[in-house]
Design a protein around this ligand. Structure first.
Ligand code: NI
Length: 255
């Protein structure tokens, strides 16, 4: 059977809490068979565990987001260490570098990123990488601190040249709503050229809503729009794209 996988969604976010069943129902109607839920802290992960009992199509990842790094205590780090070992957690993320919002704590961001790569390697799980306006530093860190189980660059927004270099490191790429925007020329070019066996689509819900719902709140069902857009861009049947992504997911997450 063929279906869409949303490789990155914050469905544990409280904005989805009230009508969660409706979001899951719509995901089913839109042909979304799996959603990787990104938990940004241990409280979100706890909610993820609860939701997963009712909805086994939810997978879970946990990691500390770049802008949260300066506020973490040793207790938070200890908690992440334990959570990472839980077999219900399939990846560490989202982790990485964000120079868009605040450049005042770059060194701390780097340290937090490296620390979580080392953790991913201890538990032998892939990473989910957030890199905004920080392609080169992200690359340098991934090259100097290789992730054994590889990982995904989520909402890839870098250049074609950087994509080639990340590809050589064994990384995968995920595209989100901006791919469907009229002005995303670079993202479209990169997505056209990258091999499908290194690609995923995602929503990053509740953010980055794709066309035709741009401007409204995003939800995991809408990964269908990103997937269909990519299929059109690559001039491939929707089923071929879906099947390859299912295979990619199995390869990367070993399931
Ligand atoms: Ni995200």
């Amino acid at each position: 059977m063929s279906y869409w996988i949303d490789s990155h969604a914050h469905m544990v976010d409280e904005v989805f809490q009230e009508h969660f069943d409706e979001y899951m129902q719509r995901a089913k109607e839109y042909g979304v068979g799996k959603t990787l839920c990104i938990c940004l802290n241990l409280a979100e992960l706890k909610r993820g565990f609860q939701l997963q009992q009712q909805y086994p199509q939810l997978d879970l990842a946990v990691g500390y987001y770049p802008s949260d790094i300066p506020h973490l205590t040793e207790e938070d780090w200890q908690g992440l260490e334990e959570a990472a070992q839980d077999e219900r957690v399939i990846a560490i993320g989202e982790i990485g570098l964000d120079y868009y919002w605040d450049k005042s704590f770059i060194e701390q961001q780097k340290e937090g990123f490296i620390r979580q790569i080392e953790l991913a390697n201890r538990v032998n799980k892939p990473v989910l990488v957030h890199a905004r306006d920080a392609s080169l530093d992200t690359y340098d860190i991934l090259k100097e601190h290789p992730v054994n189980a590889k990982g995904i660059l989520h909402c890839y927004s870098g250049s074609k040249e950087m994509a080639k270099r990340f590809e050589q490191l064994g990384m995968y790429f995920s595209f989100a709503g901006p791919l469907t925007f009229k002005n995303s020329k670079v993202a479209k070019e990169v997505a056209k050229e990258l091999p499908l066996n290194r690609m995923f689509v995602e929503t990053d819900s509740p953010y980055l809503t794709p066309e035709p719902h741009r401007g409204k709140q995003n939800e995991t069902a809408y990964v269908k729009y990103v997937g269909e857009y990519l299929a059109e861009l690559k001039q491939l049947d929707k089923e071929i794209v879906q099947k390859q992504m299912i295979e990619n997911y199995q390869t990367l997450f070993n399931k």
